[in-house]
Structures are given as C-alpha cells and as structure tokens.
Design a protein around this ligand. Structure first.
Ligand code: ACO
Length: 322
C-alpha cells in the first residue's frame, strides 16, 4: 500500500468581482452587516458564458503544471460540484475531454460544501489500494446560478471558483487520515428544494434556488466541526499543538474562528480566504489550500488539517502531511 501525497495545487477565480457595495444596490443589505456577520468583503462571479468546467479546467491545468506532470499521466479524475454543467455527462467527463485524457475513470461527487473533502477521501482510497497512481481531484462551482438574487439571506454569502490538486502514490507520508460523515435528516435546513426527478418544472422556470435556515446551520456547523477536529486528532494520536495549519471550509469567519478556538490555534495558522472569495462551496477548501501553498505559508512536511461542513448535512476532514 502506498501513501497518497499532494504533489501540486491550482486555483482559479472568475475575473468579475462583486463587492458588498455592489450587493447594496441589489438587496436591502449593508457592507457592515455582511462583514460583521460573515467576514466577506467581496466574491468572484462567473460571467454568463463561463461554466463550472471552464473554472475547473483552469484550476486543473495549474495543478498539473505545479505537480510537473503531463495530463496523460492522470489515471483518475474526481470532481466535486453541486453545480454541474449538464445533467449528464458528468462534469468530470467533460473536464477529461478538455484535458485530452482518454480512458481513465472520471466521475462527479455531490456533497455540497464538503464535496472536495469527500473527493479527496475517495481518490485516496484508489491510490492506497493501487487502483490509481496520479489522481486529479477538483472542487468547482458556479453557485451564482442557483442563488436567488432577491434573497438577502443567501445571495450575499456565496461566490464562484475552482480549486484542484494532483494526488500521487508516494513512498512518503501524505494523507494520514480521512473522516467523512452525513446525516440526511437535516435536508431542509440547507437545500435547493427542486431537482430532476422532483420539481423539474420549477428548475425549468428558473425557480430552483439555495434556501437556508442560516442560524440553525450556523449552530450545527460550529458543533459538528468541533467534533470532527477531536475525531481527527484522536485517530492519529496527535495533540492540538501538533497541527501546523488549519484549512477550513470558508463559509463564515465566525465559524472558522470557533473551530480555531477549539484547536487552540492562533488565527495566524488558519488559512482565511472567505473575505475575498465568499463561500465557494466545494471549491473553497482547495482554493484556500492553493493560496497558502503558493504564497509560501504551507511548506513541505507540515501537518495540515482540512475540514468542511455543508448541505446534506455532510461534514468531514482530511489530515495530511504536505
Ligand atoms: N443584510 C442585512 N440583514 C440581513 C441579511 C443581510 N444580507 N440577511 C439576514 N439579515 C437579517 C435577518 O433578516 C435578521 O433580521 P431580524 O432580526 O429582523 O429577523 C437579522 O439579520 C439576523 O439574522 P440571522 O439569520 O439571525 O443572522 P446570523 O447572525 O445567523 O447570520 C448567516 C446569518 C451569516 C447566514 C449565518 O447564520 C451563517 O453563516 N450560517 C451558516 C452558513 C453555513 O455555514 N452554511 C454551510 C455551508 S453552505 C453549503 O453547504 C451550501
């Protein structure tokens, strides 16, 4: 059995930036409310003809370049998204064709904001068992398409983007453990209540939007992320002080701070992008990881905890030695 190690990262954000001041013109909100309640100052929004796979392709090419491999070496593609380009084929298959890769397995994963943690978990199993040697793992979203731009309780929170990693079989330690969970009984606290086999007419009429009972989701997220931190440390017989970096899902700065507090971790060791990216759902963790790798904060050999919480509910963590 080999380890699965991240050998390259990439991230991409659409050019168009929407500030809180821009949102003040759309809904009854204020820059002050958004910053104080969420930490968000701006988010990137895809242009009309820009799709999830467009963003995924750009992030993937950067991850491939930073890993120093040729796309033809990739033997597995796992793409996490809740906003796929098409009902089918999967966005992973469309991405595969764009990268001129042929024959390797390619599939999507749907775990909303925990999607990338789920995708990394699945790819790691393929590598550990020898079924794959070089996996492209992506989180990509164009969440702006499923937002009701008249609903101030949701439209101010999200943004678009993509992040990607190359996960390679290695003799060196990489991923130490993965922990994924779900509890479907909370479905309607955070959902898009229509889909393909249920409410397709509403989808066709453009009425399928994110709905969230933010306050209840907030409490669940803080408690659940606290528990997943404990679970991850216990599974690896590690102390809080052993962790060098926390790369959390970027939903709300208050949730991030609560998790950091649980880890007794100063905010200097926490990667925060929510101020600039907003909540990019499945893209948020790989985008934050890419930012901190590229600016030199996360270095080879350091211990990094990734964690996320999202619709489903789903939640999970990955502990890795970068
Ligand atoms: N601008 C101004 N006022 C607003 C806005 C806004 N954009 N949105 C809501 N308000 C008002 C509310 O109407 C309410 O007014 P009222 O007191 O008169 O009724 C007041 O602000 C407080 O609303 P709350 O919902 O209690 O505010 P809260 O402090 O909980 O913050 C927030 C809301 C930011 C949504 C927070 O609850 C949150 O971050 N929740 C968790 C989000 C999350 O983690 N999601 C999981 C991942 S996302 C995914 O999986 C897709």
């Amino acid at each position: 059995m080999s380890f699965a190690r991240i050998s390259g990262t990439g991230g991409y954000l659409p050019e168009n930036i929407m500030t809180n001041q821009d949102l003040e013109k759309l809904v009854d909100t204020s820059d002050q409310w958004i910053r104080e309640r969420t930490g968000i100052k701006q988010r990137h929004i895809a242009s009309k003809d820009e799709t999830t796979v467009d963003l995924a392709e750009k992030a993937s090419r950067l991850a491939i370049e930073s890993a120093g491999i040729d796309p033809s070496e990739i033997d597995l593609i796992v793409l996490a998204t809740s906003t796929p380009d098409k009902i089918f084929p999967s966005s992973a298959c469309i991405l595969q064709a764009r990268l001129d890769i042929h024959g390797c397995p390619a599939f999507d994963i749907q775990a909303v904001c925990t999607g990338f943690v789920y995708a990394l978990t699945v790819a790691e199993k393929f590598i550990q068992t020898g079924s794959a040697k070089k996996a492209l793992v992506v989180g990509a979203e164009v969440f702006s398409r499923i937002l009701n731009w008249k609903d101030r309780t949701t439209c101010v929170l999200f943004g678009d983007g993509a992040g990607a990693v190359i996960l390679e079989a290695s003799e060196e330690t990489g991923i130490l453990s993965t922990h994924i969970h779900a509890d479907g009984k909370y479905e309607n606290l955070l959902w898009v209540p229509h889909g393909i086999s249920d409410g397709f007419d509403q989808v066709k009429e453009g009425k399928a939007y994110v709905e969230m009972r933010g306050n209840e989701v907030f409490k669940m997220a803080v408690n659940t992320l606290g528990r997943i931190v404990d679970e991850t440390l216990a599974a690896n017989h590690l102390k809080k002080a052993d962790i060098d970096w926390l790369v959390p899902h970027q939903a709300n700065i208050r949730i991030i701070k609560a998790t950091a507090k649980k880890l007794k971790m100063p905010m200097e060791q926490v990667v925060v992008t929510v101020d600039k990216h907003g909540n990019t759902s499945a893209a948020s963790v790989p985008l934050a990881l890419d930012v901190a790798v590229r600016d030199g904060r996360i270095k080879r050999g350091e211990l990094v905890m990734l964690e996320a919480f999202g619709g489903g509910f789903t939640w999970g963590s990955v502990l890795l030695r970068y």
